[in-house]
Each structure stands twice: as structure tokens, then as C-alpha cells.
Design a protein around this ligand. Structure first.
Ligand code: GLV
Ligand code: MN
Ligand code: MN
Length: 426
């Protein structure tokens, strides 16, 4: 089999080209006329699943949409009851997204299946499943990783009440999409059904680009908390209200956003982002009486991240106290940091090594400040990840990019990683 990969460089380059073309094809499945927008439980979700399911069936895989809307393709081993190695990523996007974050991992997984299958089957003692998760980003409901949490059996019933910007709840969106909320438990996978989870993803920063390397092993994925914050002041006439009588909620929120930057910058590996900010009533001639903003807070270690949140809370008390404002925070997402399993880090490292020139340095090992589906799946099985170079390090933006050559390296490395894993498991 290894000899086949070595001899099959042409086949690998053709596979990488197909991945790029299919990323373009998926980019056309969008709710927006000006960019890529594909959110959970939308008509585009259904269309993308139909398209990806066709690609899976073309490889002889059986397909199903699970109770949370994730798409699962399976290539059985000789024993149809054998546990599965899951390989995948997500098909949902942020707003005005790039075309590779998530999609690349699903399409690379399909090409790995194409390279490794023999006689229409998995040649290993395990089946291979390609999984396209939904709502890794949390774009629609604020809470990220909904689909992969359902697959991990960690769905929280409080999430049914979360609402999108139009006031549609998760429960209602399930029903409109044709999914039955009462059956959510059926999406849960059991640890004994799985061998592990592997994911290829573009790096969402510039490290590999700076190092001049194509691929990296991922060591762990950052922990993340997300909050919706509300600041309450008093709406008053913009002309007639002297400064000493103002309780301007937007200024309180703005000072809070600056405090987020100041406190996080002072820490190593803690990153805070205010990505949404709105003022109410939202009139040019009214002092804002209320402001709402989001906070995305990440860190390599949960405890460190939580210490920064505690310090930030004290800082917000002080800021709002000085300005005569009140504030509150609703936590909408909380995911612990997850380490990639040592064995899967090793097999990914060996996989990458096969793409390097003789005598090259060992592949880089990077921590991921971006979130990934493996954060949920790590609760039920070992996870491993591979990063592909992202020229310029731009992501969550239409300019997100990856080269066909790096995709060819990535899929060769991932296929080799699967071979190494199969050898380890005997
Ligand atoms: C997803 O890409 C995230 O890190 O929020
Ligand atoms: Mn993303
Ligand atoms: Mn992603």
C-alpha cells in the first residue's frame, strides 16, 4: 500500500486538484450573493450535504445524515461491525467566509478514502468514516460545535432555546430543517464504535508560512468561552444632556472592549475578541441607553483563560461603576482545551515526514488557537490533527487560501498517517 502511495504521485496531484475544484463548488452553495455564507440548519446546509453525499457515494461509501444534521459516509472493512476511524471537519461557515476552513478537511478525507480503499472496502481492521460536521463555527446561534457535541453525546438541552438573529430557536430550526429534536440522542457515537478521529485543517494563522513549511502536527486545541454582554445605562437627548448627567452604555462597552485587549495582551496565549457591538436605541441624536457586545475568549489552558475572565469581570465592575452603568454576561459557549492523543500526534508526524526531503528538520508541532470539531469528539475518542500552510495566515475572510501543492502534501501525509495507525493497531 505504501508503495502505491509512493508510485501514485500523479494520482495524489490529481486528487489535490479535485479538492480545490470541489472547494470552489461548495463555495457556490451560499446564502449570500456577495460572499460565502452557509449556516447550520439552513437550505444551504441541506444542499451542501446532498452534494457531499454524492461525492461519498461515488467512492462506494454508504451515507446518512445523523439526528443533528451531520453527514456521515462510511466505507466498511471486511467485518461490517468493525469500529471506524473518523476523518473529517465541518461544512458550515462564518459570515463572508473563505472557502477552505472546514471544507478542505472534509474533501481531503474523501481523497484519502479514494487513495486507500481496496476493492471498494477499507483494507484495514477498521472502517473509515468521513464526517462533515455542522455548526463548528457557531455563526447562527452563538454556541459553537453543536453538531460535533451531538455526535459526542454531550448535547445540552438548554441549547434548544438559543435563538438566531431572527428569534428562531434551535428547536424550531431543527423542525424546519426536518430533524426531530426528540431524537437528538441518536446522533451520539459510542467510544467502542471508534478507533479515533483525524482532521486536516488550514492553519488559521501565519506560523507555517513564516517557517516556510507546508504541514504541522497539532498538539492541542485552545479552550474557548463565549459571552453575550449587556451594558445598561440611560437613553437621553444627545444635545440637551450634559456630560455629568450621561450614563452612556456604548462608551462603557467601548471601554470594556479596550480592557479586553489590554488584559489579554498582557498574558501569554490568551486571546480575547469583541466581534459584535450594538447600541440601542440606535439613533444619532440619542445617548445610547443600552449596548450589547460579544466576547470570544481563548487560551491554551482552561485555568489561565478563567483567571483572565475573572480579572476582566473585576475590571468591568470598575468601568461600569465609574460610569453609573450596570452590566451582565450570558455565557453561550464553554469548551475545554483538548490535547491531541500522543499516538495520533506520532502517526501524523510520521505521515508528514514522508512528504519531506531527506534530511529535512522534523515537522513543526503547533498549538491551535482556533477551535475545531475535535474539541467535542475528544470526549469519546482520541483525536489527531494536521495543519496545512495558509499563505499570509488569513482566515475567516474571503482571501483565505491554500496551495494545490500543499493540499497534495496534506493528503499524502494524512493517507500515510492512516497507514501508520493501521500498522500500530496490528
Ligand atoms: C472557529 O474557527 C473558531 O475558532 O472559532
Ligand atoms: Mn472557522
Ligand atoms: Mn474550522
Amino acid at each position: 500500500m505504501r508503495a502505491r502511495l509512493e508510485a501514485g504521485q500523479q494520482e495524489i496531484v490529481a486528487a489535490a486538484r479535485r479538492v480545490m475544484l470541489r472547494c470552489d463548488e461548495l463555495a457556490r452553495v451560499t446564502a449570500s450573493e456577495t460572499g460565502i455564507e452557509r449556516v447550520y440548519l439552513s437550505p444551504e446546509h441541506a444542499r451542501a450535504n446532498r452534494l457531499a453525499a454524492e461525492w461519498m457515494r461515488e467512492l462506494g461509501m454508504s451515507t446518512r445524515q445523523d439526528a443533528a444534521g451531520n453527514l456521515v459516509g462510511r466505507l466498511d472493512a471486511a467485518d461490517p461491525e468493525a469500529p471506524a476511524l473518523m476523518i473529517g471537519s465541518h461544512l458550515d461557515t462564518v459570515l463572508d467566509a473563505g472557502r477552505y476552513d472546514g471544507m478542505l478537511g472534509v474533501l481531503v478525507a474523501l481523497e484519502v478514502v479514494r487513495l486507500l480503499r481496496e476493492d471498494g472496502r477499507s483494507p484495514f481492521r477498521f472502517a473509515i468514516e468521513v464526517v462533515a460536521f455542522w455548526d463548528e463555527e457557531g455563526t447562527r446561534f452563538g454556541k459553537a460545535l453543536l453538531g460535533s457535541s451531538a455526535a459526542a453525546g454531550t448535547w445540552d438541552d438548554r441549547w434548544w432555546a438559543l435563538q438566531d438573529a431572527e428569534g428562531v430557536s434551535v428547536r424550531q430550526a431543527f423542525l424546519e430543517f426536518g430533524l426531530d429534536p426528540a431524537r437528538i440522542g441518536e446522533a451520539a457515537r459510542r467510544p467502542e464504535e471508534l478507533v479515533g478521529y483525524l482532521e486536516a485543517h488550514i492553519e488559521q494563522g501565519p506560523e507555517l508560512h513564516r517557517r516556510g513549511e507546508s504541514l504541522a502536527v497539532v498538539s492541542s486545541i485552545a479552550s474557548a468561552r463565549r459571552f453575550q454582554l449587556v451594558v445598561e445605562g440611560e437613553a437621553r437627548h444627545a444635545g440637551g444632556t450634559p456630560y455629568d448627567m450621561r450614563r452612556d452604555a456604548l462608551l462603557g462597552a467601548s471601554e470594556a472592549a479596550l480592557a479586553v485587549e489590554r488584559l489579554c495582551r498582557a498574558e501569554h496565549h490568551i486571546i480575547g475578541t469583541v466581534g459584535q457591538l450594538e447600541a440601542f436605541p440606535g439613533a444619532m441624536n440619542v445617548v445610547p441607553g443600552e449596548a450589547r457586545f460579544s466576547l470570544d475568549l481563548r487560551g491554551e489552558l482552561d485555568g489561565h483563560r478563567d483567571e483572565v475572565w475573572n480579572a476582566l469581570s473585576l475590571e468591568l465592575d470598575a468601568i461600569m461603576g465609574r460610569r453609573g452603568l450596570r452590566w451582565r454576561a450570558d455565557e453561550v459557549h464553554n469548551a475545554a482545551a483538548v490535547g491531541c492523543a500522543p499516538l495520533l500526534q506520532d502517526v501524523v508526524r510520521e505521515g508528514i515526514a514522508t512528504t519531506l526531503a531527506p534530511g529535512a528538520d522534523a515537522p513543526a508541532t503547533l498549538f491551535s488557537p482556533a477551535g475545531h470539531d475535535g474539541m467535542s469528539i475528544g470526549a469519546i475518542t482520541d483525536i489527531g490533527m494536521l495543519f496545512l500552510r495558509n499563505p499570509d495566515g488569513i482566515s475567516h475572510h474571503p482571501d483565505e487560501d491554500v496551495s494545490t501543492e500543499d493540499v497534495a502534501h496534506g493528503l499524502r501525509a494524512l493517507a500515510e498517517s492512516v497507514l501508520h495507525l493501521a500498522a500500530e493497531r496490528g
